[in-house]
Design a protein around this ligand. Structure first.
Ligand code: 6PG
Length: 237
C-alpha cells in the first residue's frame, strides 16, 4: 500500500485527511488512539492538523495520543519527540491531559520502557495494542521507530516496548517493538526527501532482511506515503 505525492506538503496533507477521516469514523464514540512518530518529517503534519480547517474537523475530546518511540531525554529537551509534538500540535488543540501518554524519557531507560509498557497494557486492557492510527518514519539506514539495524529489539516477541540504542545521539531510546507495531488498525510510514530514495528502493526491492532493514517489517502492514523525491528509485526496474 503505497502513495506518492509531489512534495512533503502533499505527504502531510494526505496524512491529515486520513487522520481526520479515521478520527471521525470510530462510530462507537470510543477514543481514537494515535501513536505519534518522532523525527522531523511529521512536524508539518502536526502543524497542519493543529490549524483550521483540519483542527476544527476533529473531536479532540476523543483523541488519545501515544508515541512510537522517544529519545531518553527530558521532555523539554530539543531532541524530545514529545517536545516536538507538544509545540507543533498538542499545545494548539484541546486534548485532555489524561489522554496524552508521554514516554518518560527522563527516567533510566529500562524504567521508562517498563512504565510505558504498563501504560499501554492498561489502556488496551492487556489485549493487543491496537492503535487506531500508528505513525512512523524511516531513517536513511532503514530504521523505523527506534528499531535500528542489528539491535535485539527487532526480534522481541513478547514485550510491546523496549529500551534500545541508536547509532546517533541521543543514543538511549525507547521504542515500540515489532509486536506493538503489528496490531495497528492503520499504520502509516511517512518518508520524504531524496536522501532516502536509495533506502526506499532497498526496503521494497532489496533482499528481505529486517534485522538489517527494520522498516521491512512494515512492507505489508502499513501505508507508505512518500514524496516523489523519496520514491525516485522505487519505480526503477
Ligand atoms: C526518531 C524517529 C525516527 C524517525 C526517522 C526519520 O525518534 O528519530 O522516531 O524513527 O522517524 O529517523 O526521521 P526524519 O523524519 O527526521 O527523517
Amino acid at each position: 500500500m503505497i502513495g506518492i505525492t509531489e512534495s512533503p506538503e502533499g505527504v502531510a496533507l494526505a496524512l491529515v485527511q486520513f487522520i481526520v477521516q479515521r478520527a471521525a469514523s470510530s462510530t462507537d464514540h470510543r477514543l481514537c488512539r494515535v501513536a505519534l512518530s518522532g523525527g522531523s518529517t511529521p512536524r508539518r503534519l502536526y502543524e497542519m492538523l493543529a490549524r483550521p480547517p483540519w483542527r476544527d474537523q476533529v473531536d479532540w475530546a476523543r483523541i488519545e495520543v501515544f508515541w512510537s518511540d522517544e529519545r531518553c531525554v527530558p521532555p523539554d529537551d530539543p531532541a524530545s519527540n514529545y517536545r516536538m509534538a507538544r509545540e507543533a500540535l498538542l499545545e494548539q488543540v484541546p486534548i485532555h491531559p489524561a489522554h496524552i501518554h508521554r514516554i518518560l524519557g527522563e527516567l533510566p531507560p529500562d524504567e521508562a520502557a517498563a512504565a510505558y509498557e504498563r501504560t499501554l497494557r492498561k489502556v488496551f486492557r492487556g489485549r493487543a495494542p491496537r492503535f487506531d492510527i500508528l505513525l512512523l518514519g524511516m531513517g536513511v539506514d532503514g530504521h523505523t521507530a527506534s528499531l535500528f539495524p542489528g539491535t535485539p529489539a527487532i526480534h522481541e516477541t513478547m514485550r510491546w516496548v523496549a529500551a534500545t540504542e541508536a547509532p546517533t545521539a541521543p543514543h538511549a531510546r525507547i521504542t515500540l517493538t515489532p509486536v506493538a507495531l503489528s496490531h495497528a488498525v492503520d499504520a502509516y510510514v511517512l518518508v520524504t526527501g531524496a536522501e532516502k530514495a536509495d533506502m526506499v528502493r532497498t526496503i521494497f526491492k532489496g533482499p528481505r532482511d529486517p534485522d538489517r532493514y527494520p522498516a521491512q517489517l512494515l512492507i505489508d502492514s502499513a501505508y507508505w506515503i512518500m514524496d516523489e523525491a523519496a520514491a525516485a528509485r522505487f519505480r526503477e526496474p
